[in-house]
Design a protein around this ligand. Structure first.
Ligand SMILES: [Zn+2]
Length: 340
């Protein structure tokens, strides 16, 4: 099925010049869902329930939902709680002639500051375009759940290949694979999204919907028809798409106003990163020993005006930091509060 689709895509693209043309064939689409981790490999174990339990629950819900559509075959890489190497998962996908592998995960960070959803995709060629287009559907779904969008990313490791094993192993077999990091299990902003069976079911339903939209599926009962839905068209890149490895170029904090009674400080932040979007900002009143929780960077171009409440206690200086989509940070000049 995969090679047939690629052939038809190339044929049609020749005529209409689109980067992402969907084709329909009699054969079903083959979807492999990979519940991340398993067996001794717990995944994130910050919570009493390890990541492997969440990924399996969501994978089973996702399969159940996807099977409500026509013309799709759905497999899980494993249904038992077992150890399975990344190569074995990719090998399984190849054995069933997979059109796509979706590896499901939940995230955490140290020191537990990050929140939101992200999708890791292959860095090269048609696999990149397919990965980006499908990833975009997942992030649309998670955005509707109120989750922060941490973006669609590549990561290149040693030997100039994809860093993540499941993506690399599937790329060797010409199978598009993406890693779906649904949310962060260790952050207050996201935690409610995994704390009930209903929420895990919603992730499964959202994941299935993303896949159904990407492949243009029609439900068996006729209630849902994505056959004319157009997922994002992503041109095939000429070269490997590298991740950003440098922090934002600078961060400048300019004093605007300080309300000494309420301890409200207003500043204009000015930063620049030509390689990837700015994502979060935070501030510190102890010269960077501790930081406020991250807030979304909602800039007007390179500028953002923000008011922060410094709370009780003596504060003499404040600095800010901004991070880009790859969590690389630039720190600002210090603003003296005594002089204000
Ligand atoms: Zn994981």
């Amino acid at each position: 099925m995969r090679k047939l689709i690629l052939g038809i895509m190339a044929f049609m693209a020749f005529f209409i010049g689109a980067g992402n043309v969907r084709a329909y064939a009699a054969e079903p689409v083959v979807v492999v869902i990979d519940p991340g981790h398993g067996g001794e490999n717990l995944g994130t174990d910050y919570l009493p329930i390890p990541e492997k339990a969440y990924t399996m629950a969501v994978a089973l819900y996702m399969k159940e939902q996807l099977e409500k559509y026509e013309n799709v075959e759905v497999y899980l890489t494993h249904t038992e709680d077992i150890d399975m190497s990344l190569g074995e998962r990719a090998q399984f996908a190849e054995s069933v002639n997979a059109d796509f592998l979706f590896s499901l995960h939940f995230n955490m960070s140290l020191p537990h500051t990050l929140y939101g959803s992200e999708v890791w995709i292959p860095s090269l060629g048609t696999l990149y375009s397919q990965g980006y287009s499908a990833a975009n559907e997942f992030l649309i779904q998670f955005g509707e759940m109120g989750l922060f969008n941490r973006g669609i990313k590549t990561k290149i490791g040693k030997n100039d290949t994809d860093y993540y094993g499941i993506i690399r192993q599937c790329a060797l077999r010409d199978i598009p694979a993406v890693i779906v990091e649904h949310c962060h299990v260790d952050n207050i902003n996201d935690i409610a999204n995994i704390q009930s069976e209903e929420k895990l079911r919603e992730f499964g339903r959202r994941d299935a919907e993303a896949v159904a939209r990407y492949f243009g599926l029609v439900s068996k009962d006729g209630s849902t028809d994505y056959s004319s839905y157009a997922p994002l068209a992503v041109p095939v890149p000429a070269q490997r798409v590298y991740n950003d490895t440098s922090a934002p170029l600078y961060l400048n904090a300019e004093f605007v106003d300080y309300d000494k009674t309420g301890k409200y400080l207003t500043v204009v932040l000015n930063s620049q990163d030509d390689e990837s979007p700015l994502q979060y900002y935070a501030y510190s009143t102890d010269n960077g020993v501790t930081w406020s929780p991250y807030k979304p960077w909602i800039g007007n171009g390179n500028f953002m005006t923000t008011t922060v409440n410094l709370g009780f206690g003596r504060k003499s200086e404040i600095i800010f930091k901004v991070t880009n989509k790859y969590d690389l940070a630039a720190v600002s000049n210090s603003i003296s509060l005594k002089q204000q």
